[in-house]
Design a protein around this ligand. Sequence first.
Ligand SMILES: Cc1ncc(COP(=O)(O)O)c(C=O)c1O
Length: 401
Amino acid sequence: MSSGKCSLQYAVWGGPEIWAAVNASLFHSNGKQFLRDFHDALSLQLGNSNIYLLNGGRVALRVALQVMKNRSPGRSDVLVPAYVCPSVVRVVSDLGLTPVPVEIGPDLNLLQSDALNRLDRNTLAVVGVHMYACPLALYALESACRDAGVYLIDDAAHSMGAAKGSAPLGVRGDVGILSFNQSKTITTGVVEGGGALVINNNALCADFGAEARSIGQPAFSLLGIGKFLLEYQVADLTRVPFYYASRLGILAGARNENDVRQTRWLSSASCAIGLAQLRRVSTIRREKERVAARYHEMLRHAADVHMPQYAATRYLSRVMVQFSTPALRDGARARLRRAGIGDRLPYPDWTGLTITPHRAATRVYDHLLEVPSRIDLDDHAISRIAELLCLSEARTVRADN
Ligand SMILES: Cc1ncc(COP(=O)(O)O)c(C=O)c1O
């Protein structure tokens, strides 16, 4: 960050990923080996679970909910954390099911006590998300769901390679969800994205087998890789606003980013990229832990800004900071932007006013901000960003003296 500028990092990619894409798509007419190797590598990490490799986390979620809906047609409510990616809510409502918001706790994860209160005879499933890889303890929910005949989805979309204790995330409940899209821990990052459905309840295998017969052939194009690189990897270098062009629908064919794609198998080229990404997972984890720890050290005495998900040695896929007021958040955001530092707003409120009585969720939509957690950030760069986050506090302290 010698120029002082710093963007977010949507994927940790380099030569191996680009070579994997080119090699798999141009020189391997039969890429079954990549599929097998990626499948087996994931399966090994997830304790030999039964895994379907699909073209996105939301697609995996849709397949899972469709099977659950077929098995329990009288139930239509799906409990979803009040703070979550809008694509999750979209999948639920597109299936004609009702997303029911569940209050979140201080770590941005679903509040188990609220979920337990909301379980009833109309509840089809609970989507238990490990938000930004911060582990959600699922034990209590798991037994309550089992007793109530409710399916539990262990949504580890952000969390590939993360664990609670020694158990990897994504292997509890009836099914697990993984995503390999941009900003996740590993990224296959092409137009079709990537994800996986992990079947943890063997009783569901036959139903998924039947559903699998209607899954489409994989789609992959090197153009997709080019688009991903332009949108997410080099746009801030070239200053060409591909990302915004895509948002306007010019490059993406007028597609809303929360649209759920046709269900397809993951392509062999995406699997080849996934394999290259898996080789980096331990480095990504280690470096992200280092970056989060440094931010935490710099912010630990700040009165108005904290890291809601931080714990020592906890891997977080993104660094979120939370301000005590929306005005402080917006002020910090303006300072970051002036300094050429990237940021991202949190997921929007999808709950309306339906959550009572806590409404802790309302304190995150306007109070949170994502700051860069690039694995190449050094201590100096992190300190500078942390200073910009706290600047208004420093001014207040000086004025008080
Ligand atoms: C918790 C969660 N589940 C599922 C998804 C969907 O994953 P994908 O973008 O691969 O479709 C997301 C996307 O961000 C997510 O945050």
